[in-house]
Design a protein around this ligand. Structure first.
Ligand code: PMP
Length: 405
């Protein structure tokens, strides 16, 4: 049973006062808080069996390696990948996208080829492709969104040409909250022989994710937004594709044999895990996914959907508010401006009330510029937030608005 008080007790950071007020943490799209299970797991690794994985011969190294590989299997199960070797541990979404931008670019992209990204993407799903296009002489094309925040899928047909190699799309937008219709996008894109990379940074923690069912070619996410540690992440790639890609970084653990005449690379997934990886983080990330599974993904998702309906309805009723992103399918994100108030002033006042939100351009300049504005206030909630906290947010916004007027 999903009991909110038990859930909140699992996240120690929530239970504190900020400027003398109970903390209301509504900045979950920037990073999520961590349950005790994850915090304890990190302590367990460092207290009991820390030792470098895949290398040392000691008992400790054997335990640590086993935990790390078990973590890989936990991720595989969580996203329903076919093979554990399709799961590469990274330092986050940004690292995963840069890796594919390099390796996929080397293998599949030639001068004059095209990559498609969406107007609503985070900078980490734009800039790596710009870098790659500059390097390879390829062309970056953009799929726009409409004012409600939905992608203009009607333009996809003409955007995908015989020169398109890859389409890059977020599972959910970090500005607009829109849940993008991956099934339609993948079907259309594959029908043109084009691969799809999905940025799951705002999706994995809120939506049931099945990379096989959705037939996604590459899927990336960050551990820290999914209740796991910072500096962790996952890249999933179909075996048939990852096999063909050259490594991104060279170093220890990613090679079979090294000589000055010829170096051979390790099998998947180690080919893409050069150097000592953040194995403690990966083990604790798996613990975060176990935490979600144990709580019950269906219960978590239905609690979040109910909270999102409540939040969006109530926030929209604040006089003079404009919400950016009003599509039907949204994760728990509201980006908004109120009256003439500047976003950073409002963010500061809310902070003084103990309400943590994010303000500014949210690392997604094109999405912000779409509306001709300079930034927004973003409140983002998850399954440990409550309707009462949303009420406090709405009251806080109204109070801040009066102060700023
Ligand atoms: N994509 C999206 C949609 C995001 O929201 C974020 C983080 N704000 C990223 C990518 C980048 O994630 P990270 O900084 O964890 O690599």
């Amino acid at each position: 049973m999903f009991d909110i008080e038990t859930v909140r007790a699992d996240f120690p950071v929530l239970n504190q006062q900020i400027y003398g007020r109970q903390l209301i943490y509504l900045d979950n799209a920037a990073t999520s808080q961590k349950p005790l299970a994850v915090i304890s797991k990190i302590k367990e690794v460092y207290s009991l069996y820390n030792s470098n994985i895949h290398r040392s011969t000691s008992k400790l190294a054997a335990i640590c390696t086993e935990e790390y590989e078990r973590a890989r299997n936990t991720v595989r199960e969580f996203i329903n990948a076919k093979y554990t070797h399709e799961i590469v541990f990274t330092s986050g979404t940004t690292a995963g996208i840069n890796m594919i931008a390099f390796s996929f670019g080397e293998k599949f992209v030639n001068k004059g080829d095209e990559i498609v990204v969406c107007e609503s993407e985070h900078h980490s799903n734009i800039v790596p492709w710009q870098l790659m296009c500059n390097r390879k002489g390829a062309v970056l094309k953009v799929l726009p969104f409409d004012d409600s925040g939905e992608l203009r899928l009607d333009l996809l047909d003409e955007l995908l040409t015989e020169r398109t190699r890859l389409l890059c799309v977020a599972q959910a937008s970090n500005v607009l909250g829109t849940v993008n219709p991956l099934d339609k996008i993948v079907e259309k894109t594959h029908s043109k022989g084009v691969y799809v990379l999905v940025d799951g940074a705002q999706g994995i923690q809120h939506l049931k994710t099945d990379v096989r069912l959705a037939d996604i070619d590459f899927y990336v996410f960050s551990g820290h937004k999914a209740y796991g540690p910072t500096g962790t992440g996952v890249l999933y790639g179909k075996e048939s594709l990852l096999e063909q890609l050259p490594p991104w970084q060279g170093g220890g653990d990613m090679v079979k044999n090294v000589s000055f005449a010829k170096t051979t690379y390790a099998e998947l997934p180690l080919k893409f895990e050069a150097g000592t990886s953040n194995y403690t983080g990966a083990i604790a990330l798996a613990e975060a996914l176990n935490y979600l599974s144990n709580k019950g993904l269906d219960d978590i998702h239905s609690y979040e959907r109910d909270l999102t309906d409540y939040a969006l309805k109530n926030i929209a009723q604040i006089p003079e508010i404009t919400i950016y992103g009003t599509s039907k399918q949204k994760v728990g994100i509201a980006s908004f401006l109120v009256g003439g108030a500047h976003h950073s002033d409002m963010g500061e006042i809310l902070d003084k009330m103990g309400i943590a939100v994010r303000t500014g351009r949210l690392c997604a300049d094109p999405a912000i510029h779409h509306y001709g504005i300079t930034g927004v206030i973003r409140a983002s909630w998850t399954f440990y937030n409550t309707k009462n906290e949303i009420d406090k947010l709405c009251e806080g916004i109204e109070k801040a608005k009066k102060m700023l007027n």
